[in-house]
Design a protein around this ligand. Structure first.
Ligand SMILES: [Cu+2]
Length: 67
């Protein structure tokens, strides 16, 4: 199962890595794929929306919900 979220504020590969790490730390076992151009964050595994939101916001980016 995977879910895709919309995240704004990512501007470079460093942002992508920061969001990826933040999500993986918060939800061990998930796999994160981010498209920087569209701001779409796909999380495979069993992502919990509230946890993904917390991870994204803690990393300093804006969580815009499920895409
Ligand atoms: Cu960046």
């Amino acid at each position: 199962m995977s879910r895709t979220y919309r995240v704004t504020g990512m501007t470079c590969g460093g942002c992508v890595r920061a969001v990826t790490k933040a999500i993986e730390r918060r939800q061990p076992g998930v796999e994160v794929t981010i498209d920087l151009a569209t701001g779409l964050v796909e999380v495979a595994g069993a992502p919990a929306d509230a946890e993904i939101r917390a991870a994204v916001e803690t990393a300093g980016f804006e969580f815009r919900g499920v895409a």
